[in-house]
Design a protein around this ligand. Structure first.
Ligand SMILES: Nc1ncnc2c1ncn2[C@@H]1O[C@H](COP(=O)(O)OP(=O)(O)OP(=O)(O)O)[C@@H](O)[C@H]1O
Length: 273
């Protein structure tokens, strides 16, 4: 589905050129979910932004390839890449309010995303948008469609972003820490929703997260990154039970235990009188 090989990207700044990712190689097999984990600054976001052609103007991919459905995305013309990005690859970023346009109604944004790839009548588009909003459990979809991003909670806005990302039935979904900007109470709901959309559509998923628990729950495979390089990759079950790299062992050791694991009995702590 997606094969990233030797991907190397750098940024040009006042202090010179900084290599952000170096020789990154991994695969997302068809129908599988792959998690990219690593500490802050390890190169997770730069990796997916390089694949999607979304690096800022002062950043560039200097070598490597990202083959998606037989096409190297790195060598593709910008306009063709934009087509693939909206239609065959659905992208969910960290902050939903950065993805939605603040001055356009949600309906207009559905129309824009749809029309970038397919012609459809206004009323058909409306029906489709309502159906898609319902499928991501947006309450009051008619009202949401008429409204604007700032009227939505973070969780609802991310549901809208997910509905937009799925509009053209992409075969690959790429999500970059899709819950970091959201309230903890809705984080799992959003991950469950992405998971359900991926499974229903038999899509593949590339999920960036710093949470190993999330990888364990939602992913088949994991790519561990450190300082811009891939240090370990494999099936989640293998890597988590038998990590071959010291850094992976450190990451696993740093996962806090579930809060209830520390409580000796569910009747609560002992009362001392
Ligand atoms: N826009 C940018 N300009 C300059 N350097 C950048 C930029 N974005 C990232 N970098 C650098 O590239 C490297 C990789 O950063 P990246 O954002 O990919 O890390 P990350 O693993 O996604 O971290 P986080 O979990 O904090 O999002 C870091 O050294 C970072 O400082």
């Amino acid at each position: 589905m997606l094969r990233v090989t030797g991907l190397t990207s750098q940024f040009r700044g006042r202090a010179g050129v900084v290599r952000a990712i170096d020789d990154v190689t991994f695969e997302v097999p068809e129908g599988e979910a792959v998690g990219i984990v690593g500490e802050t600054g390890s190169g997770k976001s730069v990796t997916i932004r390089s694949v999607l052609g979304l690096l800022p103007s002062y950043g560039k991919v200097v070598s490597g390839s990202a083959e998606f459905e037989g096409t190297d995305l790195i060598r593709l013309h910008r306009s063709r890449l934009r087509e693939i990005r909206g239609a065959r690859i659905g992208f969910v970023a960290q902050n939903p309010f950065g993805s939605l346009n603040p001055v356009l109604s949600i309906e207009k944004q559905f129309r824009n995303v749809m029309r970038a790839h397919r012609r459809i009548s206004r009323s058909d588009l409306r029906d489709l948008a309502l159906e898609r909003l319902e499928s991501v459990q947006v309450r009051g979809p008619e009202r949401v469609l008429r409204g604007y991003a700032h009227e939505l909670s973070g969780g609802m806005a991310q549901r809208v972003v997910i509905a937009l990302a799925m509009l053209h039935d992409p075969s690959l979904v790429i999500a970059d820490e899709p819950t970091t900007a959201l309230d903890v109470t809705v984080q799992r709901q959003i991950l469950d929703l992405i998971d359900a959309q991926v499974k229903q559509g038999r899509r593949s998923l590339l999920l960036v997260t710093h949470d190993l628990g999330v990888v364990a729950q939602y992913c088949h495979r994991v790519v561990v990154m450190k300082s811009g390089k891939v240090v370990e990759t494999g099936l989640v079950a293998d890597v988590f039970t038998n990590p071959s790299h010291d850094y992976t062992r450190q990451l696993l050791a740093a996962v806090p235990p579930a809060p209830w694991a520390a409580v000796p009995s569910l009747s609560g702590p002992e009362v001392h009188r």
